[in-house]
Design a protein around this ligand. Structure first.
Ligand SMILES: [Fe+2]
Length: 384
């Protein structure tokens, strides 16, 4: 039903028939070939013993890997600064400090935390394995090494890394698309960032869990992504819209949900995208949800959205002062459009301890990148 409506509004929204889609490749189809940019997977071997490095290189010679070598941890870290590396093989015993310590440093750096690490040891003892895994190593092998086991483990680690990379690329594209949508309107510059900030502040005041705060933050950026399907002539039309144009405009909520649905990591954001134009009294869209039927995160984002629209200048109105904006929100709540309790809490959050900065300052605040926030979840999902 939803798809039917979307297709009627805009032929470009018609779904591709399932039969015409080629069967999806599975993770087991993955081979260590070049990536989309034509790069071979790069493996860094960190081992103080020349003979050990040569043995490993011999085992991996037949595969299309680009191999780098380092003897010391500091040398390895310098290479990671300079090169894109897809996997690191570390010997447990190294000069300067141990392989486990090197592993810990690599995994605690945001830039390298998702690079898989295979730890090698030649000293028997389960403690070494426990220490290595606790330090963040993804795999642990005891010497003497069996060539086929090494190759299989390395291939499996690179396969997971490729999956994380492709999720990262897909999510980066979605956020770039959302920002491109925002950039179409010069009057809404910084809106998404402020919205994410206000929504997370209100979410914190409600004691929401981390994953819900992350959803609010992402929702700030992605809620209007469906406007990519709304023509400029409708989006920026001066004066009133006719019924057909309104229908096109209202479709952005459903369209946005459809765009983001394929990304499993965005599942908690979908109700925000779909329901951010619902009204407490059931007169909103797209589903006419009423009261607490409207997902809480969508109600939060909606209040933040309206507050930001009121406190920033638009071509048809000046920026309202904070109190006037809050009064308008409260009037809308009394009219039955918004969740009155939530609006009252929002007022406390805005005016109370650690009150919001003005919108211009909020826009310049360093918020954690939505991409960075999501990578942790993506990694968990891939390794599941
Ligand atoms: Fe919207």
């Amino acid at each position: 039903m939803r798809l039917e409506v979307a297709s009627k509004l805009n032929p470009a929204l018609t779904e591709i028939p399932a039969a015409s889609i080629a069967p999806a490749r599975t993770m087991l189809d993955w081979t260590p070939e070049c990536d989309a940019a034509g790069n071979r997977p790069t493996i860094l071997i960190v081992d103080a013993e020349d003979i050990n490095r040569r043995v490993l290189k011999a085992m991996l010679r037949a595969a299309p890997y680009r191999l780098l070598e380092a003897i010391r941890p500091t040398e390895a870290l310098a290479m990671l600064e300079a090169e894109r590396v897809d996997l690191i093989v570390i010997d447990l015993v190294l000069p300067e400090y141990s392989g486990a310590e090197l592993c810990r440093r690599i995994k605690s750096d945001r830039r390298t935390q998702f690079v898989p690490i295979l730890m090698l040891a030649n000293v028997p003892g389960v403690e070494n394995e426990i220490d290595s895994i606790a330090a963040g190593a993804d795999e642990f092998l005891m010497k003497p090494l069996h060539p086929e086991v090494v190759r299989t483990r390395i291939k499996a680690l690179l396969r997971n890394k490729a999956a994380v990379d492709s999720l990262e690329e897909a999510e980066t594209i979605l956020f770039a698309l959302a920002q491109a949508v925002e950039a179409r309107d010069k009057y809404t510059s910084g809106h998404c960032q402020r919205l994410a900030y206000y929504a997370v502040r209100l979410g914190r005041a409600l004691g929401l869990l981390d994953y819900q705060l992350t959803a609010l933050h992402r929702g700030g950026y992605l809620h209007d992504i469906g406007k990519v399907a709304v023509p400029d002539a409708v989006l920026f039309k001066q004066g009133g819209l006719n019924e057909q144009e309104w229908e096109l405009m209202r479709a952005h909520a459903v369209r946005g949900e459809e765009i983001c649905r394929p990304m499993k990591t965005l599942a908690p954001v979908l109700p925000i995208i779909r329901s951010h134009h619902e009204r407490w009294d059931g007169t909103g869209y797209p589903d006419g949800l009423k009261g607490e039927q409207i997902p809480l995160l969508a109600r939060i984002l909606q209040i933040a959205d309206i507050y930001d629209a009121l406190t920033t200048a638009r071509p048809y109105k000046p920026a309202y002062p904070r109190d006037e904006a809050l009064t308008t929100l409260e009037e809308e709540a009394r009219r039955g459009w918004r969740d009155l309790e939530l609006v009252s809490l929002f007022r406390e959050t805005v005016c109370g301890y650690g009150a919001f900065p003005d919108p211009a300052l909020a826009a310049s605040l360093p918020l954690a990148s939505p991409l960075t926030l999501s990578l942790e979840n993506m990694r968990r999902e891939v390794s599941r």
